[in-house]
Design a protein around this ligand. Structure first.
Ligand code: F6P
Length: 341
């Protein structure tokens, strides 16, 4: 059995831990061979293949990023995409793929599986927005980084008695904003799922100043004002049709200054949330996902992704879980309202 592994979409901490786990289990327990496909689906389309054995995965468990490289290439947007992937697999005698990706990469995998390519998915993303799994690896690390940033911003905000707005990642879902905002004791948390009222935000900011504390506002990059629009960095689209977000933090700081007559600043955490070494939990989850992905291949159980349900790793049909991103339940957000303002 020969398996090709790829990592697609935005990178996240823990990708290398999955790759190591897959290779260690596959080689040591079942005598499988592996190759790596470079830069996500791009490598599968254009025959960019690298060796992947025990030597290549030695020492990569704590390393951020991905030794395979990644891209936002959508194979279904390329002419003859399916045939080209089949050609690459045939050229290297690859029997099956392990596809490590988020909603977009796994969405493409779902279609390729329908068209007969044997594959198993592994969900990843700092955004935690993949349906069908309780958590994705990468999320815990990102929340840790954002929480540490919020802790630091509290002290400087209080020295100057000004508002600090923290913009975190999260295009369609506010999981990072909610978890880091709650862990960091933010006074306002804004999510894409819940369009916000800027008057309410300013009222919460003023309340905070009244009790002599400096407000911390955490906003997901996809947060939108009621009657307003998502703020885009530019209008270009990637191959999955996504725009480049960022700007809501700056907009909020300006509005808060104008409407409350107090000082406000913005910090955009950006890719700091995606880089660097994975947390212990992400290493644990990524390692378990890798082990179970190899088991699925061994069982010939294709067209599934491994997923975390409670504390168990299960297999979920790719078909069943694709289509929409996993968003924050409004009732969960409402639990924390007592901390706002
Ligand atoms: O998909 C994960 C994500 O982290 C989003 O939250 C964010 O909008 C996007 O990646 C940024 O991607 P890029 O690195 O391509 O700008």
């Amino acid at each position: 059995m020969k398996i090709a592994v790829l990592t697609g979409g935005g990178d996240c901490p823990g990708l290398n831990a999955v790759i190591r786990s897959v290779v260690r289990k596959g080689v040591q327990e079942y005598g499988y061979e592996f190759v790596g496909l470079r830069d996500g689906w791009l490598g599968a389309l254009s025959d960019k293949v690298m060796p992947l054995g025990i030597a290549e995965v030695r020492g990569i468990l704590p390393r951020g990023g991905t030794i395979l490289g990644s891209s936002r290439t959508n194979p279904l947007k390329h002419e003859d995409g399916v045939r080209r992937i089949q050609d690459t697999m045939a050229a290297h005698q690859v029997d099956a793929l392990i596809v490590i990706g988020g909603e977009d990469t796994l969405g493409a995998a779902t279609e390729l599986s329908r068209q007969g390519i044997k594959l198993v998915g592994v969900p990843k993303t700092i955004d935690n927005d993949v349906r069908g799994t309780d958590y994705t690896f990468g999320f815990d690390t990102a929340v840790g980084i954002a929480t540490e940033a919020i802790d630091r911003l509290h002290t400087t905000a209080e020295s100057h008695m000004r508002t600090l707005v923290v913009e975190v990642m999260g295009r369609h879902s506010g999981w990072i904003a909610l978890h880091a905002g709650v862990a960091g004791g933010a006074n306002v948390i804004l999510l894409p799922e819940r369009p916000f009222d800027i008057d309410q935000v300013c009222a919460w900011v003023k309340d905070r100043f009244k009790i002599n504390y400096a407000p911390i506002v955490v906003a997901a990059e996809g947060a939108v004002p009621k009657d307003g629009q998502m703020i885009l960095k530019d209008r270009s689209l990637d191959e999955y049709g996504h725009v480049h977000l960022s700007g809501i933090g700056e907009w909020l700081a300006q509005e808060i200054e104008q409407r409350t007559g107090t000082d406000a600043r913005t910090t955009v955490l950006g890719h700091i949330q995606r880089g660097g070494t994975p947390s212990a939990f992400d290493r644990w989850l990524a390692t378990r996902f890798g082990l179970h992905a190899v088991e699925a291949v061994k069982d010939g159980d294709f067209g599934v992704m491994v997923a975390l349900h409670g504390t168990d790793i299960v297999r979920v049909g790719l078909d069943e879980s694709r289509g929409r991103t996993k968003t924050v339940d409004p009732a969960l957000y409402d639990e924390f309202e007592v901390f706002f303002g």
